[in-house]
Design a protein around this ligand. Structure first.
Ligand code: ATP
Length: 518
């Protein structure tokens, strides 16, 4: 789905605010950077939730406003994304929030590897602090703790977001409600939700926090569903959590000990937040955080984050069975039929993706470009500083840069469009993703109707299944940065973000000759 909400419905004017570029897009909403008209240095984010799109998916105006009401009630903690103001216009619910300039947490987790252990501890502690505040001070359970719902501020601090499934679990008299509904994301869900026993929502948040910690430390979820039908969960259950093989082998003794205390299938035996706060894994200090657990050295945090984000472009990174195909024997999956539910097809991008892609270039590029005009030096300097480019280079502390909201699933190329499309097509086919019509043929058709200059940005819509067999879809947008430099930006629309980054990693390796590394 590639939607341009703002073209469908005019954006409301918000008093005293000047809207800037689009920094994020979801299924129902897009998010713009904005500043105060009187003070350009006061930057906020404005989320525009498109109400007609919500209605099409069965979400009422009340459902979406409820989410904002709950998030506003929880806005008094440094690790919860603050809601500043909100209002309704004809087609939009707009929400002014604090700007999360460090982007999404999921974008910084290397699949199968995870993040540095000290970084994992830092985020785990901040999440525990946020949940403690939500449960104790607000009586609210989040109910959808997962990396997609965690953003970072400019110093890398955690900001818990997306209160779409949150609920009040404590009554006014202090007693707790017993929940029976099934909500959350399956791999992060506590077993008592799946088994539909009556359960307490605050205890299920603690379980999700354990799964998130596991993902941070290993780069994968321990199971798909916490039920007996899932082999991995059954093995965990039968062994009473005492597993040391597979992803569990990546954990040290203390980490295993802590996770066993959190991932207790029986909620009454699960550690409480108070117990977790006394565990040594929580009480040990982190080098880059102050006593309150807030980042005091963003450069060190950024270096540690970058140290695990690496995509090797060597021969041995290509799986052997794909190497044979890629060295000449092209697979024949190109189809003349529409890609349907599985496959890739090229089209012109009619969404606000152009502006969105432009925002992915980062402020430093735009500022230097505007002040000094177009010049090879500027784009090559910009590309060199971009964290996305650095993930293909050997890590050195020198090349670690500060966090920014631009996503990391992208690379730059100085090759011509024909070569780019041919290589991408071969990579998609190698990964068994059928390509409808053929990318070059589709491109030629498009240039015949609208001319070479106007055909960009181009988008390849990709729909596939991930390793679990779950839907994974997104767009690869080709956007001209300069006459000879193309940005290829991979934007996930649906599915597990770790799986999307895995797909990006595989395509990058297969397209390694395209990638421009200064
Ligand atoms: N306060 C913020 N500051 C900076 N970027 C943000 C902020 N809020 C959201 N974003 C960006 O916008 C993207 C989309 O926002 P969000 O996930 O809230 O939209 P949505 O339509 O509710 O999503 P979904 O498709 O998960 O339902 C996020 O992934 C993030 O990159």
């Amino acid at each position: 789905m590639s939607v341009n909400f703002s073209q469908k419905s005019p954006l409301p004017r918000i008093k005293h605010l000047q809207l800037g570029d689009t920094v994020g897009q979801g299924s129902f909403a897009f998010v713009k950077r904005a500043c105060l008209e009187t003070d350009p240095n006061t930057v906020v984010a404005v989320k525009f939730v498109h109400l007609p799109t919500c209605a099409k998916h069965g979400l009422s105006e009340e459902d979406v406003t409820q989410e904002v009401i709950l998030q506003s009630k929880c806005s008094g903690h440094p690790n919860v994304l603050k809601v500043i103001d909100c209002n309704l216009s004809r087609d939009f619910l707009w929400i002014i929030m604090e700007m999360a300039s460090g982007g999404d947490l999921f974008d910084k987790i290397e699949p199968d590897v995870g993040v540095d252990a000290e970084v994992a501890r830092f985020y785990y502690k901040q999440l525990i602090n946020a949940l403690d505040y939500l449960h104790r001070d607000c009586g609210i359970a989040h109910r959808d703790v997962k990396p997609e719902n965690i953003l970072l501020d400019r110093n890398g601090n955690l900001k818990l977001a997306d209160f779409g499934l949150a609920s009040k679990f404590r009554r006014k008299d202090g007693t707790k409600r017993v929940c029976t509904d099934t909500r959350g994301s399956l791999p992060y869900m506590a077993p008592e939700i799946v088994y539909s026993r009556g359960y307490y929502a605050d205890l299920t948040d603690v379980w999700s926090c354990g799964i998130l910690l596991f993902v941070l430390l290993t780069g994968e979820t321990p199971w798909d569903i916490p039920s007996e039908e899932d082999d991995h969960f059954r093995e965990f259950w039968v062994n009473r959590g005492k597993l040391t093989s597979g992803p569990w082998a990546k954990l040290d003794f203390t980490e295993l000990n802590l996770l066993r205390k959190i991932l207790q299938p029986e909620p009454t035996e699960r550690y409480s937040l108070d117990q977790l706060k006394s565990h040594s894994w929580y009480t040990n200090p982190t080098a880059f955080a102050n006593e309150a657990g807030i980042c005091a050295n963003p450069r060190m945090l950024s270096e540690k984050l970058m140290s695990r984000l690496h995509i090797s472009l060597n021969d041995d990174a290509i799986p052997q069975n794909n190497l044979k195909i890629f060295n000449g024997e092209a697979p024949q999956h190109t189809s003349t039929q529409p890609a349907g539910s599985h496959g890739a097809h090229l089209q012109r991008d009619f969404s606000c993706m152009e502006k969105f892609a432009a925002s992915q270039l980062g402020v430093s590029y735009q500022a230097s470009h505007e002040s000094a005009g177009s010049d090879v030096l500027y784009w090559s300097q910009h590309i060199q500083q971009d964290m996305a480019t650095q993930q293909f280079c050997e890590f050195t502390e020198r090349n670690a840069s500060f966090l920014n909201p631009a996503k990391l699933t992208k690379f730059y190329s100085t090759q011509d469009v024909g070569t780019i499309l041919n290589t991408l097509e071969l990579a998609l086919l190698t990964l068994k993703i059928p390509v409808s019509t053929g990318l070059i043929r589709s491109f030629s058709k498009l240039t015949q109707t609208c001319g070479h200059e106007d055909v960009f940005p181009l988008t390849i819509q990709v729909k596939t299944k991930d390793r679990k067999g779950w839907d994974l879809s997104g767009n690869i947008t080709l956007f001209y940065l300069e006459r000879y430099v193309v940005l290829l930006y991979f934007n996930r629309r649906k599915g597990d973000p770790l799986e999307w980054r895995r797909l990006f990693r595989s395509i990058s390796v297969l397209c390694r000759d395209l990638i421009f590394i200064p």
